[in-house]
Design a protein around this ligand. Structure first.
Ligand SMILES: Nc1ncnc2c1ncn2[C@@H]1O[C@H](COP(=O)(O)OP(=O)(O)OP(=O)(O)O)[C@@H](O)[C@H]1O
Length: 514
């Protein structure tokens, strides 16, 4: 996985130019005066859905106007010979220079995608017609495709043609099928649906339901000013719902970030999100990689090289919730040292000594000083034997300055940040109470000690999520160790019920203590 957070996102799709089929279709669209069918600045409307002019299947008027158009041209001019493959290709992949795989792949082992390319599941003969690029990531490319069988759009992830990526993608397929089929068969828990997977020209292709923009794009649209609290609450509740199911299944997502949470098409005009990208996910207790999570969302235990659990997703989740509210990443460190320094400054305290004692990378960031350092004193009253290295100490050791990024908001603690953030005008008492609840909620998520960090189920009963009045610091019930079970699990006690219980799925056996 690359070192950067945002920086690894793909550039947008290349400019469009009309294909031969586009010209035909747009002509038809112009004739019927249907703007929806005409080419847009970004794409060529319905035209790109088919690679074959003989297969017109959309709106009846357009269908009638263009039906048999090729045959009509052939009748008019016996020399007219329409061949799909002669259409100029409109490449979506960048670079589009053929290098590997008999000229099908570029230098990065990405399949060179172009508009109207067909990706075919040979077993079922199901065809997906490429229309536009949705994203280029670490594992490959995601293209918006027309599913000729169901007459609907889908998102197809075309994995790079390299064994390591193939192996990891197989993991994504297996974990997501387990989550979809066993733990969320009725699609109620905000996890993307996988629809199909198949090999194509030495690339594994995975088909997903088509979703909307990701949360980072949503924040950008809002000029990075953050969302209204009601949306922060709704989205947080839904992501938590997904995390409860994942924890119940024993799955660690390992790359939770705003880019991997997508807006769902509106159902009954309600806003919704789903978690995507299980390409870095693994089973709890079977963790292989130590270099995981995108840097801004990386948990302290991963930074420090300590064994990790599903609690790392809760750290990332805390970072996402804060970002949704303030509009900017909470810990946008330019290096791991910068991220850790920001955590210490914003959250207060530092990782507990027993974690620092056992973690592999402690010496990268801390100096052992004996039991004198105030460390967590302000936080939990305990002194620490470890002090975080100063920038000068890191520079002296590494012979280069650690990379330190800009601060985009006033330096200080989390509560100050949430209350003093310039875009928000907190005038109503209820809003202030909501903010108090939000600060308290975040406190349990960006908790340095993974054993004290709230589980998704514990967090789901916080007043910020339930909407109950916030009366003081939340004390979560004590949770028994997770027993991964499927749909038929039981719950000892349900204090008021929760959205996930209402949905009929309780992936954990819990006991309660108030
Ligand atoms: N089901 C979907 N519907 C719509 N867009 C999608 C869908 N799945 C993925 N995308 C888009 O493609 C982008 C990349 O997808 P994904 O994160 O699964 O790929 P990746 O190669 O693992 O990327 P990364 O390296 O950023 O983790 C997403 O941020 C999103 O914008």
């Amino acid at each position: 996985m690359e070192e950067t957070g945002r920086e690894r996102k793909a550039a947008g799709p290349p400019p469009w130019a009309p294909t031969k089929s586009t010209v035909f279709r747009s002509y038809a669209a112009a004739v019927v005066g249907d703007r929806a069918e005409a080419p847009s600045a970004r794409g060529n409307g319905v035209a790109a859905r088919s690679s074959n002019l003989r297969a017109v299947r959309k709106r009846p008027i357009v269908a009638r106007l263009t039906r048999d158009i090729v045959q009509t041209f052939e009748k008019c001019n016996p020399e007219f010979n329409y061949v799909d493959s002669l259409n100029p290709k409109h490449f979506l992949t960048s670079p589009a220079v053929p290098v590997h795989n008999d000229g099908l792949d570029n230098a990065n082992s990405d399949l060179i995608l172009y508009v109207n390319l067909e990706l075919v599941n040979k077993k079922s003969d199901r065809r997906y017609i490429v229309e536009e690029m949705l994203g280029q990531g670490t594992f490959g490319q995601v293209a918006k495709c027309w599913d000729a069988e169901t007459n609907s759009y889908v998102a197809v992830k075309v994995i790079k043609n390299q064994p390591a990526f193939y192996q990891q993608a197989i993991m994504e397929v297996s974990l997501l099928s387990m989550l979809n089929d066993k733990f969320d068969p009725d699609d109620q828990h905000h996890i993307v649906r996988m629809l199909d997977f198949f090999p194509w020209k030495n690339h594994l292709c995975i088909t997903f339901e088509m979703l909307g923009h990701n949360l980072y794009e949503l924040l950008k649209k809002n000029n990075l000013r953050g969302l209204q609290l009601q949306f922060v609450r709704t989205f947080s509740r839904q992501i938590l719902d997904a995390l409860i199911v994942m924890k119940g299944a024993g799955i660690i997502h390992c790359d939770l970030k705003p880019e991997n949470i997508l807006i769902t098409p509106k159902v009954n005009s309600a806003a919704g999100v789903k978690v995507i990208d299980f390409g870095s996910a693994c089973m709890e207790g079977k963790t292989i990689y130590s270099y995981i999570q995108s840097r801004y969302y990386r948990s302290p235990e991963v930074l420090l090289g300590y064994p990790y659990t599903t609690a790392i997703d809760m750290w990332s989740f805390g970072c996402i919730v804060a970002e949704l509210y303030i509009g900017l990443p909470l810990f946008p460190g330019a290096s791991e040292y910068d991220v850790l320094s920001r955590m210490i400054e914003i959250v207060g305290g530092q990782p507990p000594d027993d974690l620092l004692r056992e973690a592999k990378n402690t010496r990268k960031f801390f100096k052992h000083v004996g039991s004198i350092y105030p460390g967590n004193e302000a936080h939990d009253g305990l002194c620490s034997s470890y002090r975080v290295l100063t920038e000068d100490e890191v520079e002296a050791r590494d012979s280069k300055k650690p990379k330190i990024g800009k601060w985009y908001f006033p330096r200080g603690r989390l509560d100050r940040l949430i209350f003093a953030y310039p875009w928000k005008n907190l005038n109503e008492e209820t809003e202030k109470e909501d903010c108090l609840a939000l600060v308290d909620f975040l406190r349990g998520l960006v908790e340095f000690d993974p054993n004290k960090r709230w589980s998704p189920l514990q967090a789901s009963y916080h007043p910020f999520i339930t909407g109950e009045a916030f009366t003081g610091p939340y004390e979560p019930f004590r949770e028994t160790p997770v027993i991964p079970v499927g749909r038929a699990a039981t719950v000892d006690h349900n204090p008021g019920g929760g959205h996930w219980l209402a949905a009929g799925l309780s992936p954990q056996v819990v006991s309660w203590k108030h």
